[in-house]
Design a protein around this ligand. Structure first.
Ligand code: AGP
Length: 619
């Protein structure tokens, strides 16, 4: 997820660079591993781009100022293809004399094939990015037609995946062209000046008149106005509205907190993590896997090392990967792994899961695994971070930057990436076939829409949270893949509302914890799908009966249509139906929302809870 800004002004004061830099500063939360700008000037395209935070670019521009301009684009990056380096930063250039500059937010799934086509034509590349492929294609089209809008239209009809593109050309001063598919783009309508942005934070400092573009639309802005077409060139219209948020709220997409915004980012986080994982033959592909297929086939054991929420993602992964690959999977808390004399050899795959890629406990576990000769693979959300660099292979999640300390979208992306890894290994080892993997992936592809649907029906969860604001202790029960969901729900409540909360395997209750049940004790129960094997659903319904009989206040997370739970539930929170192994991607959402609202009800700091840090870089 990246921040993009475009600007065209009529004003003689040539403030394009100032406008774009302010927009990037407000969008930096969307990605901050590199930044760049491109201006259209009498001397052609002038651009500068730097790895690292926006401040690095600001300092570079102070040292070497660019000429004034009234047309500019700017980009702050969250790397998806290619690490956070100067060369991979946007903008990228194309066309004769590199007179075109282009920036991009998203993932172009078919960029390998397009890049090979260009390489065969003798085109040279300076970066590893999918974006540079688009820049070369649009530049080549512009050289044919001299029309930037037509060039963009010709190219976007060849792209697959998720993208918002902005382009400028030296020969078209006063013009910025944007296009979007499965990625946001908003027009800002000023007085004699027009803006483009990945969201309104890009221009909230200049205008509140916004026009949101729809799927597969192209927009051309000039000092005289803006024009919208579809990808076929037919006139189209965006959705105009007045931005009522203040600048701070705009950086959170209009939500009150980053956590609430990131909960609502989850459909996109899952969708983006799935993007580009299949090749033309329907076989799974992974990022930057530097482990040979032969070595992957020889794996006899998998050990997942992680901490906190990431460890709970690993626990979900265990059920799925073992089911698909028949390889034994152990989940070890990273800070325990090094000291338990682990059984590891060259046929062990140690999978680390980490949003930040900097968690010291997890990093030290990976280093220990390397010393013991294991194969190491990192599931990580932060390009260029330390843990992927220490690993033999990496599978990036594409959740975008997660600002809130309490992890939400990264958790869902980690689970999604773990499923992809499991299916890949199963396919490689012949434990499952491409069509089986395709079937699971097809159900996975339904998940974003189901999360979106679920997020639209959280009002009752909010009411329950406010009703329970004075709770002293809350219990969470789950079984099978619902067990790590219960643990995650408890962790969210601890982190955000500072309430004692504990997750249990539902079957474990009668072996002691049921002594905790007393009249009025709130208990969340994550109920498996009715069609889960081994009558697990029936067993969990029995567990609900056991605690209800002892006076517990039962809040049940159950699938749409599951009526068996109703007689024993004080509250039923419905989630959409899905395959049993994929259920955590939905069941956890109400628990996230509950913790968020209970924290808000207690007027606590949702995004930066006490005693916590986003990345624990000490052991
Ligand atoms: C989750 O809400 C917590 N912030 C914490 O448990 C976190 O998941 C854990 O510290 C691991 O962080 P990482 O994913 O960056 O390695």
């Amino acid at each position: 997820m990246c921040g993009i800004v475009g600007y065209v002004g009529r004003n003689a004061d040539d403030r394009a660079l100032e406008v774009v830099m302010e927009g990037l500063a407000r969008l930096e939360y969307r990605g901050y591993d590199s930044a760049g700008v491109a201006l259209v000037t009498d001397a052609g395209i002038l651009s500068d781009k730097r790895a690292g935070k926006l401040e690095n670019l600001r300092k570079a521009l102070a040292r070497q100022p660019l000429a004034p301009s009234r047309t500019a684009i700017g980009h702050t990056r969250w790397a998806t293809h290619g690490g956070p380096t100067d060369e991979n930063a946007h903008p990228h250039h194309g066309g004769e004399g590199d007179r075109l500059a282009l920036i991009h937010n998203g993932i172009i799934e078919n960029f390998h094939a397009l890049k090979n086509e260009l390489l065969a034509d003798g085109v040279e590349f300076t970066s590893e990015t999918d974006t540079e492929v688009a820049a070369k294609l649009v530049g080549r089209e512009y050289d044919r037609t001299g029309d930037l809008t037509a060039a963009m239209r010709a190219v976007v009809n060849r792209l697959e995946g998720a993208f918002t593109l902005l382009a400028v050309h030296a020969d078209s001063p006063g013009v910025v062209v944007g296009a979007r598919r499965n990625s946001p783009l908003v027009v800002g309508v000023g007085d004699g000046e027009f803006f483009l942005g990945s969201d309104v934070a890009a221009f909230i400092g200049y205008t509140r008149n916004a026009v949101e573009l729809g799927q597969d639309q192209i927009v051309t802005i000039t000092p005289d106005g803006y024009a919208v077409t579809d990808f076929a060139g037919n006139p189209a219209a965006g959705r105009g509205y007045e931005v009522t948020w203040d600048a701070s709220a705009a950086e959170k997409g209009g939500f009150a907190t980053f956590m609430e915004k990131e909960i609502h980012d989850q459909p996109q986080a899952v969708a983006d993590t799935l993007l580009g994982r299949f090749d033309e033959d329907g076989c799974l592909v992974l990022d930057e896997v530097r482990i040979s297929e032969e070595d992957l086939r020889r794996i006899t054991r998998i050990t997942i090392v992680a901490c906190g929420t990431a460890a709970y993602a690993g626990m979900v992964a265990k059920y799925a990967i073992e089911h698909w690959t028949r390889i034994p999977v152990e989940v070890a808390l990273a800070h325990e792994f090094r000291y338990c004399d682990p059984i590891v050899d060259e046929t062990t795959l140690v999978v680390s899961i980490s949003q930040s890629g900097e968690t010291m406990d997890t990093l030290m576990a990976v280093k220990h695994a390397n010393e013991l000769g294991a194969l190491t693979l990192s599931i990580c959300n932060t390009h260029g971070s330390t843990i992927p660099r220490e690993s033999d292979a990496v599978l990036y999640t594409h959740a975008g930057p997660e600002i809130a300390v309490a992890s939400t979208k990264a958790f869902l992306a980690q689970i999604t990436a773990s499923y992809i890894l499991g299916l890949y290994l199963a396919q490689l080892r012949g434990e499952t076939y491409a069509d089986d993997a395709r079937e699971v992936m097809a159900e996975l592809r339904q998940i974003p829409a189901k999360i979106e649907d679920l997020l639209g029906r959280m009002d009752r969860v909010k009411e329950i949270a406010y009703f329970m604001a004075d709770s002293r202790a809350v219990l969470f029960l789950g079984r099978h893949v619902g067990f790590p969901v219960a643990l995650e729900g408890a962790l969210k409540l601890k982190e955000l509302a500072y309430i004692h909360a504990e997750g249990f395997a539902a079957g474990e209750l009668k072996h002691g914890p049921i002594a905790l049940i007393e009249p009025g004790q709130p208990v969340f129960i994550v109920v498996p799908a009715p069609d889960t094997p081994h009558e697990l659903h029936k067993k969990v319904v029995s567990n609900i009966q056991e605690i209800r009989a002892r006076g517990a206040r039962t809040i049940v997370i159950a699938e749409d249509g599951d009526e068996d739970v109703v007689p024993f539930a004080n509250e039923v929170i419905r989630v959409p139906q899905t395959a049993p192994l994929l259920a955590p991607l939905l069941a956890v959402v109400p628990l996230q929302v509950f913790a968020l609202h209970l924290s808000t009800a207690k007027d606590l700091d949702v995004d930066q809870p006490r005693n916590l840090a986003k990345s624990v870089t000490v052991e």
